[in-house]
Design a protein around this ligand. Sequence first.
Ligand SMILES: [Zn+2]
Length: 434
Amino acid sequence: MSALELGKFSIGVGDRFAHQAKAQLQACLEAAQAGVEVIPVWNKSNREHNIIGSESSQTRAAADAAVKALHWKKPYFCDADHINLTTVDRFLASCDFYTIDVADAIGKPAASSSIETFVKRRSDLTGKVQLDGVDEPFEITPALLRSTAAKFLFAVEEAGKVYRKIEAAKGKGNFIPEVSMDETDAAQTPAELLIILAAIADEGIPVQTIAPKFTGRFNKGVDYVGDLAQFRREIVLDVAAIATAVRNFGLPRNLKLSVHSGSDKFSIYPAIHDATKKSGVHLKTAGTTWLEEIIGLAESGGDGLALAKEIYAEAYAHREELCAPYATVIDIDPARLPAPATVARWTSQQYIAALRHDPHSPDYNPSLRQLLHVGFKIAAKMGDRYLNLLQANEPVIAKNVTENLFDRHIAPVFSGKAVGKPSPGAALEHAGVR
Ligand SMILES: [Zn+2]
């Protein structure tokens, strides 16, 4: 059997309650009809499983059922998202994609003997570096090689340990390994990325996707906040560093960039599309499918709308506790959160307009959206009351899930289509001019 390989374009879809796999897969079918192959990857982190009280076998069962029902013939994967040595075990049976998260180990020093060995072995990296497709060379001095090794080598060694644990359980080539370093403070420079990839190759990890940290804020479920021009420069250099690493270090040919918290980052989609249309990219969305469930419930009116309002009221009452685990990846302005009593009087249309991520709508409320995004624990606690309403209103929810993934994510990132139709004022705000 040949090794599993991730295709050129892939999308990580979160499905908190494991009810929308079919609607998500439908978006990939629509992509195929539009002429672009997008491989679905169902990702769910240990943190999400803990909050909801679910297991990765449920994600696997939902994905398998959707693939069967919709006759999907291309590959698909289940991603053990952001795992490490202590959390990987519960994902070993069900997953075939592993996001090995070593961000916490960045900055911890490796043994000085390993640093010496690495610096010696990779001394050819020093000097002028010309990245594939980039005009301006940059310099890696021996001091930079050493300081980068001191900062990242331990983290890469950790990734090697996790990789070998998975390999021992599943067998070589039977899973897709990703290494993620996104949940850290500083963006890695292209020189650092190149050195990190050399170390990953030395560890023997056949990495197929790498998730670096980019500059700017990637808050959950809302648009990018940062310097668009800087992001554009950075992603071009990252892609070039990866191409150079593939050519020189013997890493898998299909190694590509993974963009985490990638849902809703409408203002950088043109840059992502332009930089990755040749090399490919994995776009990991941030579990925003659950927000489409609430939108669908609100759109359904009656009990659905009532439950959507109740979820908001509960999330509002418990906002500090809900936000705490996500403090670094959300920015909620409490002054912009409507009182639950106000929301209780809203029509379906008012609720949808506030929650749906239409960047050009004056009623879109990113604070409310982020609060509900982290509020899935409320729905998890409701149990069957929530799940039964999902089932009762499946068609309208599924339509929202599919449209959101296809129109606002797949089409712009993989095909270069614009998201929505901007009004002049909104376009200015979009560009960061407020
Ligand atoms: Zn991530």
